[in-house]
Every structure is written in C-alpha cells, then in structure tokens.
Design a binder for this molecule. Sequence first.
Ligand code: HEM
Length: 157
Amino acid sequence: MDEFTILRAIHVAAVVHWIGGVWFVTFVVLPAVSRFAEPARRVAFFEEVEGRFAFQARISTAIAGLSGFWLTWRMAAFDRFLDPGRFWFMNAMVALWVIFTLVLFVLEPLVLHRWFSTRAARDPEGTMAIVLTMHRVLSTAAVVTVAGAVLGAHGGV
Ligand code: HEM
C-alpha cells in the first residue's frame, strides 16, 4: 500500500468523524433535547454536548485539512482550484473547511461563546432556533460536499 492510499484513508476517516458528528448533533441531539427540557436547560445541555464535540472536531478538522492539502500536493493538483467549472468539488471542500476552521478555532472561542451565553440568557428559545438553523445549513452543505468529492475523485462529475 502506498503513501497516497493511506493519506486518502486518513482524509476520509477524519471527514467521517467530523461531518458525522456535526450531523448527529444537528439532527439527533438538538431535536431530542428540545422535546424534553425547558428552554434554559436546553441551552445548558447544548453547551455541554457542543463543547465536548467541538474539542474532538478541532482535531479531525485539522487532520482533514492537513491530509487534504497533502493529497493536493502529492497529486500536483493545486491548479484545479483555478478551474472551478470542472473541479468545483475541490473549492467546495476547501470552502467548507475554511468555514469550520474559522468557527471552531477563531469565532467560537473569541465571539460566539460569549454571544451565545448573553443572548440565551435573554431569549433561550430564539437563540436555540438560530443555532439550529445554522447547524442545519452547514450539515446539509457538508453532506453535499462529501457526495461531490467522492463523485469528483472517481470521475463522476
Ligand atoms: C483543506 C481542505 C481540503 C483539501 C485541500 C482537500 C483535498 C482533497 C483531495 C486532493 C482529494 C482527492 C481528490 C481526487 O482524488 O481527485 C480529496 C478527496 C476527498 N475529500 Fe477532501 N479536501 C479538503 C477538505 C475536505 C472536506 C471538508 C471534506 C468533506 C466535506 C472532504 C471530503 C473528501 C472526500 C469524501 C474525498 C473523496 C475520497 C475518495 O473517494 O477517494 N475533503 N480531498
């Protein structure tokens, strides 16, 4: 087995952990929580679950990014980014990675955590609704990107 195949496996494993976790929080944990708890408890539970997952997601996002750039370098494929008509899935992967990296490493610790606590103290229900919508949008974009990347990597698009 060559280095390229191992890199690909690492890349996909990191993506599965990260995107699968986001999907699970969005479409399983959050809807379940909103059924059984009152608004203030929902916020506390969400922070607990999200905080634990965010720690793991930082690791898998970093591994996905490093392996992704390494794959691109190994394939000498950086020029693909200049041809989005044919290789849109390459730009989609990087765009999604940039958004999550910004949220997990910059916005969440510096801005979002404080914003969430302050707003949730005033309006827990409305704040959870905003957070859930953002999660739904990002989860859906992530799954479309995964499908596009597999199709693109195997000559399907
Ligand atoms: C820095 C960001 C990223 C870079 C530079 C990158 C780069 C790459 C490259 C070069 C390939 C191989 C393409 C080919 O064989 O033609 C690939 C495959 C793949 N990437 Fe990424 N990627 C990144 C992030 C992501 C993200 C965020 C996702 C998930 C949403 C993702 C999912 C995949 C999948 C599913 C494959 C297909 C693997 C296969 O079927 O062989 N990547 N990536």
